[in-house]
Design a protein around this ligand. Structure first.
Ligand SMILES: CC(C)(COP(=O)(O)OP(=O)(O)OC[C@H]1O[C@@H](n2cnc3c(N)ncnc32)[C@H](O)[C@@H]1OP(=O)(O)O)[C@@H](O)C(=O)NCCC(=O)NCCS
Length: 439
C-alpha cells in the first residue's frame, strides 16, 4: 500500500502523532488526550499514513538559533521523529524527513537542529554533530571557589506555583546569547511540564530582573536519602545569561551540606567550572556526547549571518571527483561575508567539471577565511555539514566559557559524501600542495 505524507493540523491527529512517536520510542509514556494535542505546533507536524492509519511522524518548532557573533537566525527545532516498529525500515522516516526539509526551506529557515536518540541515522539527511555535552560530577565537599572568583547576586528558591512560569520568562527575556542556543517556544515548556515535577528551582538576580535559573532534583538512586552516604543532586536545566548568574547558581548548588555530589549531565564541554575551584579534581568529566545535530538549509544565508574574526584560514575542498571547483583566495572577513562561495546544498554539479585534483595541481584551492570561531565569549561553532564539501578549521579556541547552556564541543565535523550518491559519487584523495594539514 502507498504511504501518504501529509501535514497534520487537527488536534486529534496531533495527539495521535504524539502517541505514534511515544510508541516508537518504547520507553516514553503515552499521553492523555487533553495534553497530547498541545505539544505540537500547528502546521509543523507531518504524518505518514498507510491505508488511513498513522504509522510515522516528524515535528518541529519555530525557533531561532544563535550563531557565532550573537545573531539569532531562523531555525527549525526538529523533534518527535518516530515510525511504528511494525513499519520500520520501509523508507517512512526518510520520506517524512525529506518532506520536512522542504517545508523548512519554504519557511525561510536557515538551519535545522535535532537531538538524536541514535548516532547512525541523521547524517544521511545532511545533519552533522554541531555541539556536544559533557556530564560533570562535582565532589561537593572538595569544591571551593578561589578567593579571586567574583561575588554573585542574590539567589532565591521559587515556590512550586512559579516553577515553570518564571524560568520560561527568564529564558525569553534575559538575553540568551551563547552560540548554539535555541528558542524555547511555549509548546517546548508544555512538553517539559508534561514530564512531571519541576524539582527545585532557584533563580539568580533581583525579582523581575533575574538573569538565570537552575532546576534540580535529588537523584533517584540515592534511595534512603536521609542516611545515604551518596546523596546526589542532578541538574535538570541550568541557564545563566551572565557570569554572575553562573557563579551564583553554582554556589547555590554547592551550598547544601547534606549533598555529597552534584551532577550536571548536560554541561558545555569547556565549562569553566573547574578553573574556578581551588582543587580542579573536584570536577570530573564522566562522559562527552553529541548533543546538537545541525543541518544547514540555506548555506549562503548561514555564512552571511554569522560573524568572523581574523585568524587562521579555513580550508574547504571537494572530495568528489567531478565536483565543479569553486575557488577563492583567502580574503578579508568582510569579503567572505559578501561572497559566500559554498554552493547551496542542492546545487547541481556538472559532470563536465574538472576534477579537483587538476585544480590542486594548478595551485588553486578553494579557500576562504570563514572562521566559525568568532569573538563570542563562548565560541561553539556549528560546522557546515553539507553533502559535498569538507570543511576544516583551525583549532584555535577562546574560552571564558561562562555559558551554562548546552552547546558545542567546538569540534569541527566532516560530512562525507555517500559513495555512489549524487554527481560524481566517489571520494578521491587530493594531493593538495597548498592545503595546510587538517586539524
Ligand atoms: C529511527 C526511525 C525513525 C527510522 O525510521 P524508518 O522509517 O525505519 O527509517 P527508514 O526506513 O526511512 O530508514 C532510513 C535510513 O536509516 C537507516 N536506519 C533506520 N533506522 C536506523 C537505526 N536505528 N540505526 C541506523 N540506521 C537506521 C535505514 O537503514 C535507512 O538507511 P538507507 O537510506 O541508507 O537505506 C524509527 O526506527 C524509529 O522510530 N525509531 C524509534 C524512535 C527514534 O529513535 N526516533 C528518533 C528520535 S531522534
Amino acid at each position: 500500500m502507498p504511504v501518504d505524507i501529509e501535514s497534520l493540523t487537527d488536534p486529534a491527529d496531533l495527539w495521535a502523532a504524539q502517541q505514534v512517536f511515544r510508541t516508537a520510542m518504547v520507553g516514553v509514556p503515552l499521553l492523555e488526550r487533553e495534553v497530547g494535542g498541545e505539544l505540537n505546533e500547528p502546521g509543523r507536524t507531518f504524518g505518514a499514513r498507510i491505508g488511513g492509519e498513522l504509522v510515522g511522524t516528524v515535528n518541529s518548532y519555530t525557533s531561532w538559533l544563535v550563531v557565532p557573533g550573537g545573531q539569532r537566525v531562523p531555525h527549525a527545532a526538529v523533534t518527535h521523529v518516530g515510525v511504528l516498529p511494525t513499519h520500520a525500515r520501509r523508507g517512512i522516516a526518510s520520506a517524512l524527513l525529506r518532506r520536512q526539509l522542504i517545508d523548512i526551506a519554504e519557511r525561510g529557515e536557515i538551519v535545522a537542529t535535532l537531538r538524536a536518540t541514535q548516532g547512525g541515522i541523521y547524517e544521511r539527511f545532511g545533519y552533522g554533530v554541531a555541539g556536544s555535552a559533557a556530564r560533570l560530577e562535582i565532589d561537593r565537599r572538595r569544591a571551593r571557589f578561589r578567593d579571586t572568583v567574583p561575588e554573585s547576586g542574590p539567589v532565591r528558591l521559587l515556590a512550586p506555583a512559579d516553577a515553570w512560569e518564571v524560568p520560561a520568562k527568564i529564558y525569553a527575556t534575559a538575553g540568551v546569547s551563547w552560540v548554539g542556543a535555541i528558542d524555547r517556544p511555549p509548546q517546548w515548556w508544555r512538553l517539559l511540564q508534561s514530564k512531571g515535577d519541576s524539582g527545585h528551582v532557584a533563580v539568580h538576580g533581583e525579582p523581575g530582573a533575574e538573569d538565570g535559573f537552575v532546576r534540580y532534583h535529588g537523584a533517584a538512586e540515592s534511595a534512603g536519602w536521609p542516611r545515604s552516604p551518596h546523596r546526589t543532586v542532578v541538574v535538570d536545566d541550568l541557564v545563566a545569561t551572565t557570569p554572575a548568574a553562573y557563579l551564583g547558581l553554582i554556589r547555590h548548588l554547592l551550598a547544601a551540606d547534606i549533598v555529597d555530589s552534584v551532577v550536571i549531565p548536560m554541561a558545555a564541554p569547556d565549562a569553566p567550572l573547574r578553573h574556578l575551584l581551588t582543587d580542579e579534581r573536584a570536577v570530573t568529566v564522566t562522559d562527552i556526547r553529541d548533543e546538537t545535530w545541525l543541518r544547514v538549509v540555506d548555506v549562503a544565508a548561514a555564512l552571511q549571518r554569522r560573524a568572523y574574526k581574523p585568524g587562521p584560514p579555513v580550508v574547504s575542498r571537494s572530495r568528489i571527483r567531478s565536483c565543479r571547483p569553486t575557488t577563492r583566495p583567502t580574503g578579508s572577513p568582510r569579503t567572505a561575508r559578501r561572497r559566500p562561495t559554498l554552493p547551496p546544498i542542492s546545487a547541481p554539479i556538472s559532470p563536465r567539471s574538472p576534477p579537483p585534483t587538476s585544480v590542486a595541481r594548478r595551485g588553486v584551492i578553494w579557500r576562504w577565511r570563514a572562521e566559525w570561531w568568532s569573538t563570542d565569549p563562548v565560541p561553539r561553532p556549528p560546522p557546515i555539514c553539507c553533502s559535498r564539501w569538507t570543511i576544516t578549521r583551525s583549532a584555535e579556541r577562546i574560552s571564558d566559557g561562562m555559558s551554562s547552556g548546552v552547546a558545542g564541543s567546538g569540534q569541527s565535523r566532516v560530512r562525507r559524501p555517500v559513495p555512489g550518491s549524487g554527481a560524481g559519487g566517489r571520494h578521491r584523495k587530493l594531493p593538495a600542495p597548498n592545503v595546510p594539514p587538517r586539524q
